[in-house]
Design a protein around this ligand. Structure first.
Ligand SMILES: Cc1ncc(COP(=O)(O)O)c(C=O)c1O
Length: 383
């Protein structure tokens, strides 16, 4: 039986047609008509004015920080409950990240804790320049609350929207809430270019500066002239063609992932010891991944026992993000709170959620999960 992945790429429409067009036109370069069109089309979907297509979401986060002038001696607050790319981008600039825990009601950056953290760092004399807020598993942070906190402390609010394309916050598409926002089109995301990202903003200056930096910061003269250090971060026209085709089906992809989530809830929602990621009242997620928390004493097996039972059947499930403050790499960095994300990491599991997942596969997954009840509770704690 074919392995079931957590969130594999899913080709649904005009991918081949548009990639063939890119090849036929000989625009096989990190620029071209599909790159320009992909940027325009993503702007329309996200309702922002400016975008630059890049090689990855990580590159988008990095350039967001660079165009803000963030560097050595600066500090940036970051959601602890995230993928390492968010924090790594801060470190690339030479700035120092500090971590803030999640709110248990949304699993995203806790605005009150952020307020206290910023006050504490600023009182200690730190030069805090920005907050990197991460939309988690397709659910936005509470941007009204975060925006007020950032304004009070005079720091810029950046949005890591790598996982939230297609979600909304108070009726507006995810990606327009931060001063700058980064999307990812990595192979596991809701739409993919195999690898890719986009930086968006209402500010033309920031986006144009990022565009220049993404192709080694060439000055607009005939020869190669450079005043600042650039990067090779631009998206290929071939991949932009793929991205355009994928973007066309974004609404269907969100609807399918929502349906998958609803089916998991229907089949597992009443099971003692299993709870689902809370749905925040201020928006609607894209249900990129369905996430559960397992209470071993009530369910009769722990998260690892479920994961291993699925793995034995060639089904991929993964623990929730290991928070940054528990990562050996970032263990010596400052953290505010930390217990919420630590507990979610210990007990949480992401379930297969790809938009091509069939109902039959989902029934099988649920059956294996329920059959894991009463199996030995694993003592294997992930370091
Ligand atoms: C929250 C978060 N931030 C950043 C990234 C980095 O994106 P990319 O893999 O496109 O560099 C990802 C996913 O990979 C992510 O999930």
């Amino acid at each position: 039986m074919a392995r079931i992945y957590l969130s594999p790429p899913h080709v649904t429409g005009r991918e081949l047609e548009l990639v063939q067009d890119a090849i036929a036109s000989n625009w096989i370069a990190p620029l071209g008509p599909h790159v320009d069109a992909f940027e325009r089309e993503l702007c329309a979907v996200v309702d922002v004015e400016h975008a630059v297509a890049l090689a990855s979401g990580t590159a988008a986060l990095h350039l967001a920080l660079v165009v803000l002038g963030i560097g050595p001696g600066d500090e940036v607050a970051c959601s602890s409950f995230t993928f390492a790319a968010s924090a790594n981008a801060i470190v690339y600039t030479g700035a120092t990240p500090f971590f803030v825990d999640a709110n248990p009601a949304t699993w995203t950056l806790d605005p009150e804790l952020l307020d206290r953290a910023l006050a504490d760092r600023i009182a200690a004399g730190a030069r805090v320049k920005a907050v990197l807020a991460v939309d988690l598993y397709g659910q936005c942070c509470d941007y009204d609350a975060l925006g007020k906190v950032c304004a009070r402390h005079d720091v810029v609010l950046l949005q890591d929207a790598a996982e939230s394309l297609g979600a909304t916050y108070r009726g507006a598409p995810a990606g327009g809430q931060g001063s700058l926002a980064a999307f990812s089109f990595n192979g596991n995301k809701i739409i993919t270019t195999s690898g890719g990202g986009m930086l968006v903003s209402q500010s033309p200056e920031w986006v144009e500066h990022a565009r220049k930096l993404s192709t080694q910061a060439r000055e607009p003269v005939a020869h190669y002239e450079h005043l600042e250090t650039g990067f090779n971060y631009r998206m290929s026209n071939l991949l932009a063609a793929l991205g355009r085709a994928q973007l066309e089906s974004l609404p269907e992809r969100v609807a399918t992932r929502r349906q998958i989530n609803a089916r998991y809830q229907e089949r597992l929602g009443d099971t003692p010891g299993i709870s689902f990621m809370p749905v925040a009242p201020y928006g609607s997620g894209n249900f990129w991944l369905t996430c559960i928390v397992v209470e071993p004493s009530e369910f009769g097996a722990d998260r690892e026992a479920i994961r291993l039972a699925l793995e034995a059947e060639e089904i991929e499930a993964r623990p929730l993000w290991k928070p940054m403050h528990l990562q050996p790499l970032y263990a010596r960095r400052r953290v505010y709170g930390g217990d919420v994300s630590a507990r979610l990491f210990e007990r949480g599991l992401c379930l297969p959620s790809g938009s091509a997942l069939t109902e039959t596969d989902q029934e099988r997954i649920v059956g294996i999960m329920l059959a894991a009840r009463g199996t030995k509770v694993s003592s294997d704690k992930l370091g």
